[in-house]
Design a protein around this ligand. Sequence first.
Ligand SMILES: Cc1cc2nc3c(=O)[nH]c(=O)nc-3n(C[C@H](O)[C@H](O)[C@H](O)COP(=O)(O)O)c2cc1C
Length: 208
Amino acid sequence: MPLAHWLARRHSLPELRLNHSLPLRILVAITGASGSLYAQRLLDNLDPGQHEIHVVLSQYAPAVIAGELPGGLRLPEGVTAHNLKSMNAPFASGSNAPDAMVIVPCSMGTLGRIAHGYSEDVLLRAADVVLKERKKLILVPRETPLNLIHVRNFELLIQAGAIILPANPSFYTRPASVEQVVDTVVARVLDHLGVAQTLVPRWQAEKE
Ligand SMILES: Cc1cc2nc3c(=O)[nH]c(=O)nc-3n(C[C@H](O)[C@H](O)[C@H](O)COP(=O)(O)O)c2cc1C
């Protein structure tokens, strides 16, 4: 392992400041919440040559993808897709957990099921595994407004170690297309994964 990466890990420095990313094993899960383009843009910006990328779709995801992504979801070459109903995926076991799992977009149904320990398919089981093995679980809900059940589930998941990263785009970089708006969220996901990204310029704090 290069010295800079070793130092970053040892001292919990943000690895995103490094010029390149450590190879990671990342599971991208897509649910039936609106916002399939967030998932597409994330997949478009994860390099399967550098990282091991796996994908799983919830039962309702294909219906929403069909409505939102003309031409459907494009899986980049080198990405491995898994069957929701088969526990034969590596990450169904704590002995083979991924480094990180991103659920994007994350429906409130899936979020609630994870918060309450349901594990009846490989997506839910993987999230359970990621939490128990203290790996990184990033949930990207789009829902608005929120009810108390959503907020309580957010709280439970944060207490269990998950990162709730709502699909709330920012506008200070003046995005000029839907894709650029979406990328303001995808960039934050990549930052939290520790994957180097140049999708969106970083805010330059004023020099004192
Ligand atoms: C067009 C469309 C958009 C939807 N958007 C959302 C959403 O943003 N958030 C959400 O929680 N559910 C949303 N839903 C409802 C979910 O698809 C539904 O609750 C589904 O059962 C979720 O299943 P899953 O968690 O297995 O994907 C949407 C449904 C449709 C048809």
